[in-house]
Design a protein around this ligand. Sequence first.
Ligand code: NDP
Length: 328
Amino acid sequence: MATFKALLAAKTETGPSLAWQQLTEADLMEGDVTVAVSHTTINYKDGLALTGKAPVIRRWPMIPGIDLAGTVVSSSHADFKAGDAVVLNGWGVGETHYGGYAGLARLKGDWLIKRPPQLTAAEAMAVGTAGYTAMLAVLALERNGLNPAKGPVIVTGAAGGVGSVAIILLARLGYRVIASTGRTSERDYLTGLGAAEVIDRAELAGPARPLGKERWAGGIDAVGSHTLANLLSMTQYGGTIAACGLAQGMDLSTSVAPFILRGVTLAGIDSVMAPKALRQEAWRRLAHDLDKTKLSAITTSRPLAEVTGLAPEILAGKIRGRVVLEVG
Ligand code: NDP
């Protein structure tokens, strides 16, 4: 039986202990599709899982990695056959089901998306869960009636993965994008992606007033906490903020003022359990709307073996854009 390399996380008193191991197909968990993984990636959540900073892993031992791209090796699922190119995000993979940091994965076919032909496996992982979440957020803004004529949009955590893809998407759709970052040294990077204005995240980091000056018609927030509260209080009448992240914190101390006095909508974004039809729509839109030259400009490629060293870096906000991890 063929063997493959996998990163195995074991539970210890002081957090996960990580070791590369040689496994066989028989070691994999249940599923109806087996996939040869060619590319995976590191998201903020992977950083939390690998370092144990949050209880992302809920079954031990675990192969971490919340997303992957690869080719079907064998399948008993009606929608997939050997040779199909597939992408997986979420569904508890890398949390309760063996994930992407391995040469082989066995998964439920119901979780898989056929990789859009416009994207290579490496590009699909350059998008990754971060970019797919950015697209889910754009779709939520659109569902709530936002369009470029309504006014500017703000993106927080701008130099990170979700933020970088969100800027590329929104700028391409014609929005005037305001990028909020702690790395103002990355101004050229952010304007290169399409941001019209770059602001220091310190402006939004403190406690929010119930209502502030109306500065944007909408936004995508990867940061949470006071930053999200400030976004809401500065959203113009009838606007929408899509909340997807917690890089500043899980808390949200706000008032009802933006909702009841300005009709502002707070749209929650979850990528993990998003229904399949919504995922397919997000990946279809990514394949059509994402500027691939800009995607390549935000992407670094590294061997999978380096993932353990990247985990503390992503949590420290030191990784710019997206990292593709090459498997094998
Ligand atoms: P990244 O680490 O790539 O980006 C996060 C960015 O947030 C950093 O680059 C930094 O941007 C900013 N940031 C970091 N720390 C702070 C802080 N203390 N205060 C304010 N801003 C900070 O992560 P991802 O893009 O992968 O993920 C972003 C967030 O979205 C995470 O919280 C993640 O858990 C969440 N997420 C949620 C999903 C969902 O399904 N809801 C799916 C995917 C991600 P800068 O340097 O520009 O300030």
